[in-house]
Design a protein around this ligand. Structure first.
Ligand SMILES: NC(=O)c1ccc[n+]([C@@H]2O[C@H](COP(=O)([O-])OP(=O)(O)OC[C@H]3O[C@@H](n4cnc5c(N)ncnc54)[C@H](OP(=O)(O)O)[C@@H]3O)[C@@H](O)[C@H]2O)c1
Length: 303
């Protein structure tokens, strides 16, 4: 360690600084493979790679839930642009999914469309199994698919509450659980989706179930960032503001759309393409030290 001398000068260490990566490698070699190593490695985060290759995702495999349309489609293309091979998940929009696949392939990457209903945990398992079958690995998991229905308190029923909790919380969590053992350690990436509205004063009362479920997934992400962070896998949340997508427009009058547009100093709704670059960055090696964070991307509509 450097010492400060009486005259204020810093005395340089005469020894090579302790190299953590080298030390961990030595420890692992010493312990060898098997149960002994596995038990020991739980307490030690894998040594991070010190070379960060800008934002290149070449050779990586990304699974993006709900990527046949809207935000998910923009994310799939942005990841493809950075070099990733992409699994495009869809349920009903087969043709749109196929167009996204073509767009990613046109970037020179591999892409497949996988139909999986993510309102069930079985659907999540199916998506992980088929992604592994297609590419043999998963490096990046983007839990983009989500539902947002509008009901004021008086109209909330158990079915609506359960649907939000199931689709926005339970299935993404179990999807991560299914995929966790395949994610590279270190280097895996998990990116959840919430909403800037969870921290906005301008919330509207009929968003109760949606916001309750997004608040819950933010907490899931916080806890997982410790669990998986121990293995060098980062877990972050992206929280968009109002985005001009089918989901956002559903059931809203022009008056409400104008209200949400005016929340932004740019006086417009966000676009899927405003959000996708942040996801591509979080998926990149350059973001290896960003973990457990909730990043709002909303053009200043919620500050
Ligand atoms: N839009 C907003 O204003 C806004 C604001 C804050 C946060 N967010 C969050 O951002 C994320 C993306 O929002 P978005 O507006 O882009 O969503 P969206 O327009 O509703 O996304 C549609 C996508 O979800 C897929 N999907 C729907 N049900 C599915 C199911 N059961 N299984 C598999 N896929 C399914 C659709 O596939 P098919 O068409 O093939 O069925 C499509 O690819 C969500 O988590 C949302 O909560 C959105």
């Amino acid at each position: 360690m450097a010492k400060v001398q009486e005259n204020g000068a810093v005395e340089k260490p005469n020894k090579t600084p302790w190299d953590v990566s080298k030390a961990l490698k030595n420890v692992r070699q010493h312990l060898g493979k098997g149960d002994k190593e596995r038990k020991f490695s739980i307490d030690i985060a894998p040594a991070p790679s010190v070379t960060v290759n800008s934002s290149s995702l070449i050779g990586k495999v990304a699974v993006v839930t709900g990527s046949s349309r809207s935000t998910g489609a923009a994310i799939a293309k942005a990841l493809g642009e950075q070099g990733a091979n992409v699994v495009v998940n869809y349920l009903r929009s087969e043709q749109e999914a196929s167009k996204v696949v073509q767009a990613v392939r046109a970037q020179g990457r591999g892409a497949v469309a996988i139909r999986a209903d993510l309102s069930t945990v079985d659907g999540a398992r199916h998506l992980v199994d088929e992604s592994m079958r297609a590419f043999g690995k998963i490096d990046i998991l983007v839990l983009n698919a989500g539902i947002m229905k509008h009901k004021p308190l008086a109209e909330i029923d158990e079915a609506s509450f359960d649907a939000h909790m199931n689709f926005n919380v339970k299935v993404p969590l179990f999807l991560v659980k299914e995929a966790a053992s395949y994610l590279p350690s270190p280097g895996g990436r998990v990116i959840f989706f919430s909403s800037s509205m969870t921290s906005s004063s301008a919330i509207v009362s009929n968003m109760l179930c949606f916001l309750a479920s997004k608040g819950a997934i933010e907490q899931v992400a916080r806890v997982l960032s410790k669990d998986l962070g121990n293995k060098g896998i980062t877990v972050n949340t992206v929280s968009p503001g109002p985005l001009d997508t089918a989901q956002f427009r559903e059931g809203k009058s022009q008056k409400w759309i104008d209200f949400f547009s005016k929340q932004s100093p740019s006086n417009r709704l966000g676009l899927p393409e405003d959000v996708a670059p942040l996801v591509a960055f979080l998926a990149s090696p350059a973001a290896q030290w960003i973990n457990g964070q909730n990043m709002r991307v909303n053009g200043g509509s919620v500050i």
